[in-house]
Design a protein around this ligand. Structure first.
Ligand SMILES: [Zn+2]
Length: 209
């Protein structure tokens, strides 16, 4: 438990240091048995400490903390764990480039083998829905069934992983890919991504699932 909280604090601080969230936005959770440990609502990732993470029941979203409320996106996190039993963490951020790209209705491209090897060849983009709502949680839940990464139009990014390190790296890679794509567009060039056939060949070649 203490180790889990320490990890959540460490990655929350790293996420904030990279400007992947501003203020108290974004949220992070780690599965713990039939519960999840999730950042409290209104807490800045940059300043988070052990008392800022709340244990929430994954089935009914109940919690015992009397001082703080869990993130308003708890339902979105819980649905990811329900859809993907093998994952242990969810990171939701508001990265500048990734959010800009999909909000311009430009589909993200598979640019580098590094991205594909970390995230896979499936990427999902969901239409805007009001943050914290059942509607958004349902959209993300459907998308995450077949993808480790979900871009939220006019909102941000959600990434799942088996470990916090994996989800964090995937978040950084997604932002880097979006940055490359936008720089390509600013240079007046359309950055060509790898095709799904090339991605499949790469994954098969290196025997990565
Ligand atoms: Zn958000």
């Amino acid at each position: 438990m203490k180790d889990a909280i320490n990890q959540l604090i460490q990655y929350s601080h790293s996420i904030a240091a990279r400007d992947l969230v501003l203020g108290s936005s974004g949220n992070i959770s780690l599965k713990s048995g039939t519960d999840m440990l999730i950042k409290a609502s209104g807490v800045c990732m940059s300043e988070s400490q052990s008392s800022d993470f709340i244990r929430v029941d994954l089935k009914n979203l109940s919690y015992k903390n009397k001082k703080l409320k869990p993130s308003c996106e708890s339902k979105m996190h819980a649905i990811c764990y329900a859809m993907r039993p093998e994952i242990n963490c969810v990171i939701h951020t508001h990265p500048l480039y990734a959010t800009t790209l999909v909000s311009c209705s430009i589909n993200p491209r598979l640019i580098s083998p590094e991205f594909i090897l970390s995230i896979g060849s499936e990427m999902k983009v969901v239409e805007y829905a009001c943050p914290g709502t059942e509607e958004l949680a349902e959209r993300v839940g459907q998308a995450v069934k077949s993808s480790n990464i979900v871009y939220l139009k006019n909102h941000g990014l959600l990434v799942v992983g088996k470990t916090l390190q994996q989800a964090y790296t995937r978040t950084l890679l997604a932002e880097q890919m979006a940055k490359m794509q936008i720089i390509g567009q600013l240079l007046g060039k359309k950055l060509k991504g790898l095709s799904s056939a090339q991605a499949k060949k790469l994954l098969a070649h290196l025997q990565v699932k």
